[in-house]
Each structure stands twice: as C-alpha cells, then as structure tokens.
Design a protein around this ligand. Structure first.
Ligand code: PMV
Length: 315
C-alpha cells in the first residue's frame, strides 16, 4: 500500500498575542519555510489495530495503546478516528517529522496536529475538510495550552494570513504589497501555557490596567489590518514597535528578546517585536529586502540561534 503524507506550515503572530485570549483581534501569518510532516504507512501484517507513532526528531517511538488518551498525539489520532466514525483503526504507523522550533511560538504543536489529521483522514479515503481539521486541532491545543485563543490552528490550517477574533469566523487577509520579515529565535524554550497563565494571574490582580493594555493592542491590530490591506508597509514597522512596548508592559518580554529587538532596529529594521507567548521563543523584524541580511546577521551577532527570512503575501 502506498504511504500517505501531509504537511502543515509554521506560523508567527504579527500583532495581537495575549490580548487575543481576552477577545481582542490578532493577525497571524503562515511561515512556509518550516513545516511539520506526517506520513502514514499501513501495516497489514502487523497486529490488527496496532498504531505505531514515531517522531525520530524527538526520539519518540511508541504505540497508541501505550499513550494516555490525553496525550496530544494520541488525542489527534483518536479525535480523527471519531470524526471519521471509524469503528476500528487499521494497523499503521504514523511518522512525524518537523523543522518547526518546539516551544518557540511558531505553532509546532498545531502544525503536527493538522498534518496528522490530514494525512490520516486522506489515507482512509475520508479527508476531513478545513473546518473540521481546524476545530479538531483546536481541541488538541486545549490539551497543550489550556486556554488557547484558536489562532494557531486557524492560520496553520488555512496557510494564509488571517485576521482572527475568538469565537468569530476567521477572515483571510488580502496583502496589497508583500513584505519581508526576519524571524529571530532566542533559543529559549518558553511553554505557551505557563506564560499565558502568568498573564492571567496579572490580569486577575490588575484587571483594569490589563484591559487597557489589551484595548491598546486591539487598536494597533485594527490599524495594522488597514496598513496590510492598503499596502502601507512602513507604518507596519511603527505599529510593531508599539505592540512590542505593550507586550513589555504585560511583562512577557525577556532580556534575550530585548537584545534581539534592539539589534534588529539598530541594523535598520522598520520595526520589531516579540512574537507568540514571549519570555523566549521568537521575535520578528520587518525589513526591506536589501537590508534583510544585515538584520539577520545582527540578530545572530547578539545570540539568535537561528534566523528565518520569510515573505508575507496573499497566497
Ligand atoms: O505563538 P504561540 O504558540 O506561543 O501562541 C501564543 C499566542 C497567545 O496569544 C499568547 C496565546 C493564544 O492562545 O493565542
């Protein structure tokens, strides 16, 4: 039997992280250079119903039966099986590979879920549609993160720039003029759930102050949407700097992120901010093509463990 595979891209949040958990809008874009891939091989000679899960990058080899039901990988497979109304799962192996940094704010968990959901359902001749894939990936995000906004599973499923508001239908953004970003990885792993938990704690302590910060972020997201749709790339840089200042006030930046943001701006970026949960993970810098290399090498010079140049465009 042939092998089936599917891939899903990474993502970054351009504007609105954290505030999005509290009902404000956010903008996220796919990063097509990094991907998770799931490959399904049927193993008719194996024990009936035996599902082997392999993720060589992280040294994982196990079977579905050996994982607790709330393990994110087990949950993806079980949720897919139930969405397809499968009465039994045929013996198979699911191999997962990914070059999306783990716990770096690039959506590695959601991308793995989306790739498995697509490959597994297609391999059984019952491909799940985008809405089903996104919803099931969201349910798995709940296991990873507790209270995810739903932005990761949406942007990764649709693989297009999205304007997202919790509980509303996502909107695909039209990018009038493509623009370039350099992503800089601090190399510091920062689990989203714990940073989101700390912000919740601060919000519980100082609700009004945090609501004001979230409102200010919401206003930036609205302006950024216009700037993207009208092609005024320069003003996006200023909006990124403003969003970063608000994230700093939410106390989710870190010395490593600050170093990278400062270095990018000194090297000529139009604007820069942390991206994702913060405390570690990645930052992004808006660059003109001609200074992208200077910005990337400035980031490496102050400790970025890797940089990725990506272009945001309507795909
Ligand atoms: O980019 P990540 O996976 O670190 O996601 C963080 C985005 C938050 O807004 C902080 C949380 C969420 O669920 O939207």
């Amino acid at each position: 039997m042939p092998a089936y595979f599917a891939t899903a891209p990474g993502k970054i949040i351009l504007f609105g992280e954290h505030a999005v958990v509290y009902g404000r809008p956010a903008i996220a874009v796919p990063v097509l250079q990094v991907r998770a891939k799931a490959t399904i091989n049927f193993e008719p000679k194996s024990t009936p119903g035996k599902v082997t899960l392999r993720a060589p990058d992280i040294g994982l080899e196990t079977t579905l039966a050996d994982l607790p039901e709330d393990d994110p990988l087990a949950a993806v497979v079980l949720k897919a099986a139930s969405a397809m109304n499968l009465t039994h799962i045929p013996a198979c192996s699911i191999q997962i590979t990914s070059n999306i940094p783990i716990a770096g704010g690039m959506g590695s968990g959601a991308a793995v879920s989306v790739a498995i959901l697509r490959a597994f359902s297609a391999s059984l001749g019952r491909p799940l549609n985008d809405e089903q894939v996104s919803n099931l990936a969201y349910e798995v995000e709940v296991i990873h993160h507790g209270t995810p906004s739903g932005i990761d599973n949406s942007v990764i499923t649709y693989a297009k720039p999205v304007y997202f508001e919790k509980g509303k239908k996502i909107e695909i953004l039209q990018v009038k003029r493509p623009f370039a970003l350099v992503i800089g990885d601090t190399g510091v792993q920062s689990p989203t759930a714990s940073v989101v938990g700390e912000v919740r704690h601060s919000w519980e302590q100082a609700g009004e102050q945090f609501e004001r910060l979230f409102d200010a972020v919401g206003a930036i997201v609205a302006s950024a949407r216009k700037a993207i749709e009208q092609g005024s790339v320069d003003s996006l840089g200023t909006l990124m700097n403003e969003n970063h200042a608000l994230l700093r006030q939410m106390n989710v930046s870190s010395p490593e992120l600050e170093r990278l943001v400062e270095a990018a701006c000194s090297a000529g970026a139009l604007g820069a901010k942390l991206s994702g949960a913060g405390r570690g993970g990645n930052m992004i810098a808006l660059v003109r093509q001609e200074n992208s290399e200077a910005v990337a090498s400035a980031l490496t010079g102050v400790g970025a463990v890797r940089t990725i140049l990506t272009e945001v465009r309507s795909t």
